[in-house]
Write a protein that binds this ligand. Sequence first.
Ligand code: SAM
Ligand code: SF4
Length: 428
Amino acid sequence: MNERDTETIRGLLRQEGYSFTDSPEDADLILYNTCCVRENPERKVYGQVGQLQELKAKKPGLIIGICGCMPQQEEELPVMLERLPHVDLFFGTHNIHRLPELLHRINATGERVVEILDDGGEPVEGLPALRDNDFKAFVTIMHGCNNFCSYCIVPYVRGRERSRTPEAILDEIRNLADAGVKEVTLLGQNVNSYGKDLQSDTDFADLLEMVNEVPGIQRIRFTTSHPKDISDKLIQQLGSLDKVCEHLHLPVQAGSNNVLRRMNRKYTREYYLERVERILQDIPQARLTTDLIVGFPGDTEEDFELTLDMVRKVHDSQAFTFMYSPRSGTAAATMPDQVPLDVKKLRLQKLMELQNARSLAWRKNMLGQEYEILVEGPSKSDPEQLTGRTRGNEIVVFKGTDSMVGKLLTVKITSANSWTLFGELSSQ
Ligand code: SAM
Ligand code: SF4
C-alpha cells in the first residue's frame, strides 16, 4: 500500500517538474514515505532522517519531508516534530494529493509545514502515478480498514474502509492495459469486504469478474484477504476466472482460538481449516501463503504449539513471520502478560525453521514440472540470470535474455530452495 502511495507521490512530483536521483547530495527534496505497522522500521526512520541533519546544514535550500503512516499517529507526530527539527514537511496518509500545494507553501514562506487530516473522505481520483514497472501494476481498490485486530495500527492511520467505484478501478485498469500492463494486483487491507460501503451491489467477486474482462490484462492478483470474509461465491470465482491467479494470501496470524479471540480476528482455527479445505476442493492447484505473529500478549507455549500445528496442517508455499510489536493506541499494547523478547526470538526461530522446511518441500514438489512465468527482470541474487513469477507467485530464476523481460514464458523447474525455484526455458 505504501509502495503504491509512493508511485502517486512520484507522479505528482514529476508533474511539478521534478526528476529523480539516487544520491541525497544531488537532491532538492528528500521525502520519506513511512510505515508504522512494526516498531523497527520506525526506528530506522529516526536514524536515517537524523543523519540528514549534516546535509541540510550544508545545503539550507534542501527540503526534507516525512509522510505516510508515522506522522499520521497522534502520539508520534509531536515526538517527530521535536526530534527532527531539520525536517520541513510532515503530511499523513489522507492528503497525498495536497503535496504540490504543501511544497509551494514551503517555497513561498520558508516555514515548516505540517498537515495531517483526521479523515480520508471520498477516495481522490485522477491522481498521476509514476510506476517503475511497465508490465505489472498495483491498483488500489479500497482504502482503510474496519477490522481493528487488537495488535494492528492500520485502522488508526488509514481510517475506515472506503471503496473506489468499480468504474474508477476499471478505467485505471483499462488505461494500464492500453499502456502494455499485463498483470494487475488489486490492493486493499481486506479486499473481501470491497464494495460494502458503496451504493452499488458490486462485491469483490463481481469486481474480479469485471477485471477479468479487460482486454490485454493477462494476470490478476489481489491482496489481502481476511479469512473471516472469504465467501463460497469468491472461492467459486477464483476457480473459474481464467486470468485470476491461483494464489491466495490468507493471513491466519495464530493457531490458538484463545489467541485469535484476543487478536479480535473473528474466526476460529476450525473455521480457517474448513475454508482452506473448501478452497483446495474447488481449486486443487491453489497456492496459499500466510502471515503469522509470535509472542502476542498472553501467548503460552501451548498456544505457540497450536501455531506450529497450523503450519503443519495447512501447506503454505510461503509465510511472513513476525514478532509481535506493541503499537501504542492499539488494544493489545496494554494487555497483560506481554511476552519477553528472548522468548519471542526463540519462537520466531522455531517457526521459521518449520516454515522453511515446509516451503522447501512445497518447491521440491514442483521439480520437473513446467510453469508459466511472467519475466520480471534480472535476478537480485545473480544479475546474470532473469527472474519471473509463476501464477502461484513462486519466484523462478533462469537463464535468459533481456528481450524476455515482460513476457509470459514457460520454464521447467530443475532445482529449488525454500524461497526460490530454479529452472530452464522450455521450448516456447
Ligand atoms: N490487512 C492484512 C490482514 O488482515 O492480514 C494485513 C495488513 S498488516 C499491515 C500485514 C501484517 O503485519 C499482518 O498480517 C500481521 O501479521 C503483521 N502485523 C500487523 N501488526 C503487527 C504488530 N503489531 N506486530 C507484529 N506484526 C504485525
Ligand atoms: Fe490490520 Fe486486521 Fe485491518 Fe489487516 S484486517 S489491516 S491486520 S486491522
